[in-house]
Design a protein around this ligand. Structure first.
Ligand SMILES: [Zn+2]
Ligand SMILES: [Zn+2]
Length: 373
């Protein structure tokens, strides 16, 4: 990984490659990794062998190239597949969050919005690659939308997305599947046959929330309560807001809606969370955005958000920072107990002496430490 967070970067000579004999067309919204896997199978090769033949020493399956691929890797794949570099880059996820391909800040900001696949070398420990069994069955491709934290359902088949093999519960790892990317790499079961495991979740609400977030990805600028915000700033601010909202949900449970209780059982970051939690959090954020900034101030007041609450969240974009500035610095006044007062009290205890002198002095010091912390 280079300083901008992009992966797959190597010396230029390592990525010189010859053209593939079979050149597939990418399917609409297909992931770059899915395109490589399909190309490998079209050549009758296992994806591991295919990549090591055409991109020797390039780290492809040991990296999340869908999150963001290095320019050299994009160029090499473009050359081999006879596609334009722009088209290859558009198969990665970063263009969804920033129109600037070299925006390193935007890359950091997008990480909350991508589901985690838990890279461990060539293995994956997380169920971050979602899929619609029917779509996968139909075309054998994995889509970019399925890697998004705000993707929950398939609008074509009106069903929740799946994220594991129903036979062995393994995460989906298409490049390790022996014969077809639409089979489980561990047990060989056909992923198109998996049974819905989130059948009780509301598909219509999920599609509504998902479509709203996807519409944000389609615009370079987003209107937030009358303020026009650049897409990368919008998503980075939204990630901060979501983080705070989640923290406050845990601290102020009395304010929770009955639907919010699903969030309380899960303390993981959005990208690691299960579908039900992600859906609840994204729906809550949308409610705040729909009545921005009034709803933000209402939620901030009921959940005791202050400027100090946001201090650990790093740099906030202007559209969010301007509203945070209206919040109180902190709700409790700083303790006004001076050091000289404490010193005087400690000296009095020491002067009085007695069997409990040390205990009293320790208690006084501990109380002061608690109040000053
Ligand atoms: Zn589908
Ligand atoms: Zn399996």
């Amino acid at each position: 990984m280079d300083t901008s967070g992009r992966v797959g970067g190597h010396c230029q000579t390592c990525l010189k490659t010859r053209s593939w004999s079979i050149r597939l067309e990418p399917l609409p919204d297909e992931l770059l990794s899915s395109y490589l896997v399909r190309s490998a199978h079209a050549h009758g090769m296992h994806p591991m062998h295919f990549v090591s033949l055409h991109f020797p020493r390039a780290q492809i399956w040991t990296r999340d190239i869908d999150a963001r691929a290095h320019t050299q890797l994009v160029d090499a794949i473009a050359q081999a597949s006879n596609l334009s570099a722009d088209l290859v880059r558009s198969m990665t996820l970063s263009p969804l969050f920033s129109s600037n391909a070299n925006d390193a800040d935007a890359f950091k900001g997008q990480s909350s919005w991508l589901t985690s696949i838990g890279m461990h070398g060539r293995f994956r420990s997380r169920h971050g690659l979602q899929f619609c069994p029917q779509c996968l069955q139909a075309n054998g491709a994995f889509l970019r939308t399925w890697r998004l934290s705000f993707a929950f359902a398939c609008s074509v088949h009106h069903r929740m997305l799946e994220n594991q093999c129903s036979a062995c519960s393994a995460p989906v790892v298409p490049h390790r599947a022996r014969f077809s990317p639409s089979t489980c790499h561990r047990c060989g079961s056909v992923l198109g046959n998996v049974h819905p495991h989130d059948a009780d979740l509301p598909v219509d609400e999920a599609l509504q929330v998902q479509e709203k977030f996807l519409s944000f990805c389609r615009h370079d600028f987003i209107d937030v309560g009358g303020t026009i915000v650049e897409r990368a700033d919008f998503f980075s601010g939204l990630a901060i807001l979501l983080k705070l909202l989640r923290e406050k949900m845990h601290w102020h449970q009395v304010n929770l809606d009955v639907h919010d209780h699903v969030v309380l059982d899960n303390h993981e970051a959005l990208r690691f969370s299960v579908t039900a939690v992600r859906l609840r959090l994204c729906a809550s954020i949308l409610e705040i955005l729909n009545r921005w900034p009034d709803e933000f101030f209402r939620v901030a007041m009921t959940s005791n958000m202050t400027r100090a609450s946001f201090a650990h969240c790093g740099k906030t974009p202007t559209w969010l920072g301007e509203q945070i500035d209206w919040l109180p610095q902190r709700l409790r006044r700083q303790y006004s107990y001076r050091a000289s007062t404490l010193l005087k009290r400690v000296r009095e205890i020491e002067a009085d002496g007695g069997a409990h002198c040390r205990e009293q002095r320790a208690r006084e010091l501990m109380a002061a430490a608690r109040k000053w912390s």
